[in-house]
Design a protein around this ligand. Structure first.
Ligand SMILES: [Zn+2]
Length: 126
């Protein structure tokens, strides 16, 4: 199947459906994310900055981002609603922090059935 936004060819099990359209994970999360009034460049360059600084794992993250990451590690996976409620975050706050984790390749979205979970990336558990 093809992502309707970027046109990437993606296996069916990795398709995210939104509004009757199919998207790859990146485009999906981009679409559902609130418009990033909050310094999108900081998010985009997060990974490069971290590489330059030699940061690994959760080094260099904000405390709340570490909390989100640790929560997901502890629970394996959780929905946005769960994480937001547990950590007392506004959903859009969570989205902002989660997107930093994603860009640092620490966390990702995970689709199971019709639910989207947040989870940590395996590579980060080393
Ligand atoms: Zn896409």
């Amino acid at each position: 199947m093809f992502c309707e936004k970027c046109g990437a060819d993606i296996p069916e099990e990795e398709i995210f459906n939104h509004g009757g359209k199919n998207y790859c994970e990146d485009c999906y999360i981009e679409i559902i994310s609130v418009p990033q009034a909050c310094d999108p460049m900081a998010v985009r360059s997060a990974r490069l900055t971290r590489e330059r600084l030699g940061h690994q794992g959760t080094e260099g993250l904000l405390p709340i981002q570490k909390k989100v990451y640790n929560y997901l590690r502890e629970h394996g996976k959780a929905t946005r609603e769960q994480v937001a409620a547990e950590l007392g975050l506004e959903p859009k706050e969570l989205e902002k922090h989660f997107s930093v984790l994603r860009h640092c390749e620490l966390a990702k979205g995970l689709k199971e059935g019709n639910r989207i979970y947040l989870t940590v990336m395996d590579a980060a558990s080393k």
